[in-house]
Design a protein around this ligand. Structure first.
Ligand SMILES: C[S@@+](CC[C@H](N)C(=O)[O-])C[C@H]1O[C@@H](n2cnc3c(N)ncnc32)[C@H](O)[C@@H]1O
Length: 384
């Protein structure tokens, strides 16, 4: 019933006037200020939510990234450096980094919607270019956009699953040379698909990259991946940009033999489906990103690529195995059976960050740098 589902009512109302591009449908479903998936006050992400991300799966992720923060702060020079989590969600990662990280750094969580960060943390929002809020117990300051982070000092800009949460378009090749864009329409009272000739910008996207889709092949792309990453890279005068995300290099992302149906997926209650039009505003919509777009955009901004590879390798090189949860089980001494079981769960969750059949393999990490010197970083060394 659309009546008790305000997002559906809103969509049906809009669709009376004209169809919506699927890209605009995703924008509304995820980010409508009142009814969007990511604008609810309670985060849909987490172990009990619709899907889980690395920082919410295990605190061991923050432990490993914290080691990178310390290495960065040691190499940052005289001015106080900033550590930024861009697309910080409920702020879990930046709070952990601020708690355990170096004292002589400032910590910022940035998200386009801060309603999921707890109210104590929000008291540290500032309306002028930011200063760290010393009164905040965990020293993290939360802001709505990157340009409010101070630009003095070196900057470590981290994001986790930011780009795969950007609105994306769905394209399909029909016949020899027709590129169609998928639109959303209302048909007999339900949301359904329509196809229109794609906007020139999408045809240009494929032509400029020399990508040829096969007849009937779908592709999910966002023109914002490269544009937004380029803006991020333009920001630090000195620093590292570290991106964790689901995605592939272009050749793999658009390979017709393995990605004939694109990568778009919906997540709800820890289950993945391809029913992208179901439950708008109540399920996550995501697509794997083209990492070549990011690499090129960063290099256009003069950044040097230091690392591109799997999350498992990156975290292992940072020394994740030194966390106590990876110690042999014989060395762990739970005080009760209950504590022992909880410990086993926490060890499994920590392992999932680096195991080859999930997040550890599927998430890739890109690190690009400007002006941080030629010395090798720990993540550039082999893990063992
Ligand atoms: C998939 S969630 C990831 C949250 C968190 N990084 C994590 O790993 O749990 C993506 C987040 O990016 C935020 N986001 C999307 N577009 C953004 C933008 N242009 N600027 C800042 N944050 C954005 C969303 O509001 C959401 O909190």
């Amino acid at each position: 019933m659309a009546g008790d589902r305000p997002m559906l009512a809103l969509l049906y109302n809009l669709l009376q006037n004209s169809d919506l591009t699927f890209r605009d449908f995703v924008e509304l479903a995820l980010y409508h200020p009142e009814f969007g998936y990511y604008t609810r006050p309670v985060s849909p992400v987490g172990k009990d939510g619709d899907y889980v991300t690395s920082p919410l799966l295990s605190p061991v992720f923050a432990f490993a990234v914290g080691r990178l923060c310390r290495e960065f702060v040691n190499r940052a020079g005289d001015a106080v450096p900033s550590v930024v989590d861009l697309g910080c969600g409920d702020g879990e990662l930046i709070r952990a980094l601020a708690r355990e990280g170096a004292d002589d750094a400032r910590y910022f969580g940035v998200d386009r919607f801060l309603g999921r960060v707890s109210s104590t943390d929000l008291s540290s929002q500032v309306s002028q270019p930011a200063e760290p809020n010393e009164a905040s117990t965990d020293r993290a300051t939360f802001l709505e956009s990157l340009d409010r982070v101070p630009r003095d000092g070196a900057q470590l800009i981290i994001s986790n699953e930011l780009f795969d949460a950007l609105p994306f378009a769905r394209l399909v090749r029909r016949g020899e040379d027709e590129l169609h864009e998928l639109w959303v329409t209302e048909r007999d009272g339900i949301l359904d698909w329509n196809e229109h000739e794609a906007e020139a910008a999408y045809a240009d996207y494929f032509a400029e990259r020399g990508i040829e889709l096969a007849d009937g092949q779908f592709a999910d792309i966002s023109l914002e991946w490269g544009a937004m990453y380029e803006e991020i890279c333009a920001f630090p005068r000195r620093g590292l940009v570290v991106t964790f995300d689901y995605g592939f290099p272009q050749k793999q992302l658009f390979d017709p033999r393995i990605r004939r149906f694109g990568t778009a997926a919906a997540y709800r209650c820890q289950r993945v489906t391809r029913d992208l039009l179901a439950n708008p505003g109540e399920q996550d919509l995501t697509a794997h990103i083209n990492f070549d777009d990011l690499i090129r955009a960063g290099e256009r901004q003069g950044l040097r690529t230091l690392f591109f590879g799997r999350q498992a390798k990156f975290l292992l090189s940072l020394g994740i195995m030194e966390h106590e949860l990876f110690r042999p089980s014989t060395e762990l001494e739970p005080k009760s059976a209950e504590e022992g079981l909880a410990l086993l769960d926490r060890r499994d969750e920590a392992r999932r960050l680096i195991l080859p059949d999930g997040i550890g393999e599927d998430i890739r990490v890109l690190v690009q740098a400007r002006g941080m010197g030629p010395e090798q970083w720990s993540f550039e060394r082999p893990p063992f």
